[in-house]
Design a protein around this ligand. Structure first.
Ligand code: KG4
Ligand code: ZN
Length: 307
């Protein structure tokens, strides 16, 4: 990895308490070219040394995806470079390759982000099969909505992570979210948090921290329980956890405790878990090996799955 320039939009959306699609698309338009120039500069690389362009084709907000795929294809056309459009979900798994160059199937992956909670198996034939998904909220969404209930700022995941460090994870026994099979469900625990907050007239700082720690513990426990169950059923010597929620310190710690003895556990460095360009590059290299570059032009696909 020669460079991984990240231009966060968090401070643009924070006043609204969530991502505003129009602001997100406009910010992509304004920052994409400067970010690409910074990436080349940081990598001490000239355009003549670039062999191809990788871009997220989906899933995500269509306005943002359109900016990306059009810029990537324009560069490809102007510089006569091949372009590979990849799934940003698959990229959350393949980010592990930046830490673990010999990453290969079969592998179990947990992708936990703002829009997804998916358990996948990267099959021996190179395809990715989804074996569990959320029935309602994604894990990141549960963190973000829970943070709002607790009166914490956007983005909620990091805010809960920070506050939970001062709280007792056993203070409140939140229900462990369950869904049939290997699926997830987080709306019940979110409602339970809302009732706990309403029960108290005002929250002391300690109560808020205890609620955050207990809520985080319930989400982490539910996620890892499903990974354990999947691992018991599926042959997979390697487990990868990726996506923005994989930054969560309690999830990282508990995953080590519960999974590291059962399989080879790879959780990429925190900056490779939240959305980033390096993981798109890593995914593109793997897809390129499998199917070569994409015929241009291709479209953004806001509801793309893992392939
Ligand atoms: O993968 P990502 O950067 O973007 C999407 O694809 O959605 O994930 C963003 C999500 C947000 O819901 C954010 O609150 C959550 O990841 N997140 C965290 C932490 N850092 C980011 N959740 C829990 N603990 C964290 N430390
Ligand atoms: Zn993501």
């Amino acid at each position: 990895m020669l460079s991984n320039v990240i231009r966060s939009q968090d401070e643009l959306h924070a006043p609204f308490g969530g991502v505003v699609p129009e602001i997100a698309a406009r910010a992509h338009l304004q920052t994409l070219i400067p970010v690409i120039e910074r990436a080349l500069e940081t990598a001490a690389t000239r355009w003549e040394q670039v062999d191809g362009v990788a871009v997220t084709r989906g899933p995500g907000l269509v306005g943002c995806l359109l900016v990306g795929v059009n810029v990537a294809q324009a560069i490809g056309w102007a510089r006569k470079l091949p372009v590979v459009g990849v799934s940003h979900l698959a990229a959350h798994v393949f980010a592990a390759q930046l830490e673990e160059p010999d990453l290969h199937p079969p592998l179990l992956g947990l992708v936990v982000s703002g829009g997804h909670s998916d358990l996948i198996r990267w099959q021996e034939d190179g395809s990715i099969g989804v074996i569990g998904r959320t029935r309602d909220d994604a894990a990141g969404e549960a963190f973000d909505k829970g943070a709002r209930i607790l009166g914490l700022p956007f983005p909620g995941g990091p805010a809960i992570d920070r506050l939970a460090a001062a709280g007792d994870p056993r203070a409140i026994a939140f229900p462990r979210p369950r869904a049939p099979g290997l699926d997830f469900s987080f709306s019940g625990v979110k409602t339970a948090l809302l009732y706990e907050v309403r029960k108290r007239k005002a929250l002391s700082e300690q109560e808020r921290a205890d609620l955050a720690a207990s809520y985080q513990e319930a989400i982490v426990d539910a996620l890892l329980q499903r990974v354990e169950a999947a691992q018991a059923q599926q042959l997979a010597p390697t487990i990868v956890i990726g996506g923005g929620v994989a930054r969560n310190r309690r999830l990282r710690e508990a995953a080590q405790q519960r999974l590291a003895s059962r399989a080879h556990l790879v959780i990429p460095a925190p900056e490779l878990c939240t959305d980033n360009a390096a993981m798109i590059g890593a995914a593109a290299l793997i897809e390129w090996d499998g199917r070569g570059p994409d015929p241009v032009p291709f479209d953004a696909d806001p509801s793309l799955g893992f392939a």
